[in-house]
Design a binder for this molecule. Sequence first.
Ligand SMILES: *[C@@H]1O[C@H](CO)[C@@H](O)[C@H](O)[C@H]1NC(C)=O
Ligand SMILES: *[C@@H]1O[C@H](CO)[C@@H](O)[C@H](O)[C@H]1NC(C)=O
Ligand SMILES: *[C@@H]1O[C@H](CO)[C@@H](O)[C@H](O)[C@H]1NC(C)=O
Ligand SMILES: *[C@@H]1O[C@H](CO)[C@@H](O)[C@H](O)[C@H]1NC(C)=O
Length: 410
Amino acid sequence: MTSLTAAGTERGQKRLVLGLLKPVLSLSLVFASFLMLHRLAEKDAFGLKAGGPRAWCGSDCFTFKHSVSTEGPTEQGAPRSRNGTAPSWDAQVLNCSEDASVSSQDWFRRLDSRFHQFVLRKHCRYFPLRINHPEKCTRGHVHLLIVVKSVIEQHDRREAVRQTWGREYETESGSVRTVFLLGTASTGKDSRNLQRLLEYEDRLYGDILQWDFMDTFFNLTLKEVNFLKWFNIYCPRTRFIFKGDDDVFVNTHNLLELIRFRTEERRDERLFVGDIISKAAPIRNRQSKYYIPKELYDGPYPPYAGGGGFLMSGALARNLFRASEAVQLYPIDDVFLGMCLQRLGTAPESHAGFRTFGVTRRRLSPMNSEPCFYKQLIVVHKLSPHELLRMWNVTHGDSLVCAFVLGSGH
Ligand SMILES: *[C@@H]1O[C@H](CO)[C@@H](O)[C@H](O)[C@H]1NC(C)=O
Ligand SMILES: *[C@@H]1O[C@H](CO)[C@@H](O)[C@H](O)[C@H]1NC(C)=O
Ligand SMILES: *[C@@H]1O[C@H](CO)[C@@H](O)[C@H](O)[C@H]1NC(C)=O
Ligand SMILES: *[C@@H]1O[C@H](CO)[C@@H](O)[C@H](O)[C@H]1NC(C)=O
C-alpha cells in the first residue's frame, strides 16, 4: 500500500531527498548491527549452544524451550470443542441489507457519496466462506502462517509468491504454511470465469481462502476481520503470522531469525512488528485515494503498521480478534488494525527491516536492483512478479557476495 496519511507522504519525500546511497548503507548497518547484537547476546547466554544443549542436559536446560513446545503438535486433526464437535465457520450473512436508519441522518447526507455504500453496510462483518481450508494449521505443527492479501485476477502475483517467500516448507521449529485471502470478483469483471480459474488454482495448491464479499477497496477491512475469526477457529496452536501484500519481497530467512531471537528472549507472546506509522492524521484531500471525511473520523490515528507486511504472534492475533469485535469497521484496513491494537493496549513495534514505504517509488532507484539491500531486510515493497522472481533468485544464489554477511551463514 502506498502512504495513506499526511505523515506517510512526508516520510516518503524525505527519504527520497536524502539521496539514495546513504540510506542503503545506513539501513544495512542498522540491521546488520541489530542482528550482530542479538547473535552476541545469544553467544553470551548460551555459550555451549553449539554443542547441542539437549545432548548433555536434556530438555530441562532451557525452560523457555519448554514453554514454547507446550503449544506444539499435541494432537492431530481439527481442534475440538468441549462437546466433541469441531468449531467451524458459522457466518451466514448471505444477503447484507442496507442499514436504513443511517441514511436519514444529517451527517450521512453531508457525507461524500463514495462512503455511502461503506456506511450503509458497515454492520455486515462476517461472510460465508466459498473456499476454505480447515486443515491448514492442523496437519503437524505450524510455526509460521504466511497470510497474503490478494485479489482474484492477480494470479501471476500469487504464483510468484508461491515460488519465492510463500513457499511451504518444514523448519526445525515446525512448518511454514501459506494462505491467500480473497473476496469475490468485483462488478464489471468476468466473474464466472475468474471464479472457475480460481477454483482450479486452489485444487492445484490448496492455499486459497475466499469469502463471499466483493473485493473492493473499502471492503479490505472485511478481509482483516474475517481472517482473524478464521484464524481463531482453525489455527488454535499456530505460533506466528506474517501478513503481507502480494507485491512485496520478503526475506523469509531474516523473518524466521527475528522470530527465533524473540522466542529465545521470551519476547514473543505479544509480538507485533512492522513499519509503524505514528502520529498520523486522516487525509482530508478529496483527490486522494485515502481521503477520509471529518464525518467519518476526527482526530489522530493510533499507531499502525504499513500494510506491506508485518509479523505478529498467534497469541496476539487471538486477542486481536476479540478486541476487533468491539471496534467499528473502518474503511482503511491498516488503520483499523491499529485501532484494535490500541483497544488491546498493545503498542506495535517498529523495526528497520520492514520497508513498506517510500524506498522504491523511483523506478530507477539503485535499491530496486541492489540484491544486497534485499538480503539485509525483511520486507520491501513494491515489486512486480517478474522483479520478485529475479530478486529472489539473485539473493538466494551462490554468486552474490555482500559486504555484510547476515544470518546464521546458510
Ligand atoms: C457443540 O457446541 C457448539 C458450540 O459450542 C454448538 O454449536 C454445537 O451445536 C454443539 N454440538 C452438539 C452436538 O451439542
Ligand atoms: C436482500 O435483502 C433485501 C432486504 O432485506 C431484499 O429486499 C432483497 O430482495 C434481498 N436480496 C436477495 C438477493 O435475496
Ligand atoms: C462489500 O461487499 C458486500 C458484499 O459483497 C457488498 O454488498 C458491498 O457493496 C461492498 N462494499 C463496498 C463498500 O464496496
Ligand atoms: C534463476 O537462476 C537460474 C540459475 O542462475 C536460472 O537458470 C533461472 O532461469 C533463474 N530464474 C529466474 C526466474 O530468473
